[in-house]
Design a protein around this ligand. Sequence first.
Ligand code: AMP
Length: 314
Amino acid sequence: MSILAVGSIAYDSVETPFGVSENALGGSAVYFSMAASLFTRVRLVGVVGQDFQEGDVELLRQRGIDLRGLERAAGRTFRWSGRYGYDLNTRDTLDTQLNVFESFRPEIPPDFLDSRLLFLGNIDPLLQMDVLERVPGAELRACDTMNYWIRNQRADLERLLAQVNVLIVNDEEARQFTDTPNLFRAAVAIRRLGPAHLVIKKGEHGALLFAPDGIFVAPGLPLETIVDPTGAGDAFAGGLLGHLARCENLTPVEYRRAVVYGCVLGSFCVEAFGVERLTTLALWEVEERFELFLRLMRVEDPGPGLPREAVAGA
Ligand code: AMP
């Protein structure tokens, strides 16, 4: 099943304690699509400026991403820059230049209107709602958001949540949205607003799934090399929805597996700057790491073959 994805397409400048990257391809829709395209066909809807490089279009095309919804507008591509300290779970946004994104109204090609899976990346909730209304047949309607919209457009966000069935946010956003430090209470309050499935990402510590059948916890993979956390949340969403897109039945077990695939994609994303690791990633590597996650979660003896990291110091 194809996924229709809408969100930002950006040039990012990022500083981490391990290096700097300038004006590199990024944006929520790009990270999402690159991750999800490992599993299924992705129909990307977004806007870029005239400065958008042909090589970047080619990179997305090579991943089989359907670019008929890629609009090229007069002006410059959206730009974002951020800085991370040693705690890679928090970052400072240094600059946001909306550029062509400011007047973006997602145009959905007629061939995309039959999409049954929808990912509404982090953009203005009014635009997210607009897309939802134009694709009424979408059975799985997932969205992401961020502190900016929670603070400034809360009422719109609440109206959106009443119409989505999967919400993916991080722990800080869940707390901010419900004004409670307790994630369990936050989850109850958010699910009351609409989304039956709520996924709370916890950065390097994995993710929580609050679903009609109960709670599921997926760990973060202890990695030897973490270079740049940018986009990990969107890559997570790509892994999660990518897996659901290839399932015949969306059973509770598949949702739990999807959260683990989300953690797998997030873990690959952070291993290099920007989208670099995702450009070479193959599905067999994803499946191998998925198995590794399952083994890390086992209480019984998982047998031989654990990674070096897991037995370091043994
Ligand atoms: P993540 O690290 O998963 O939260 O996503 C980072 C990506 O979000 C970067 O590639 C940015 O270009 C993009 N981004 C940052 N701020 C915004 C914003 N206000 N609206 C849309 N996308 C954004």
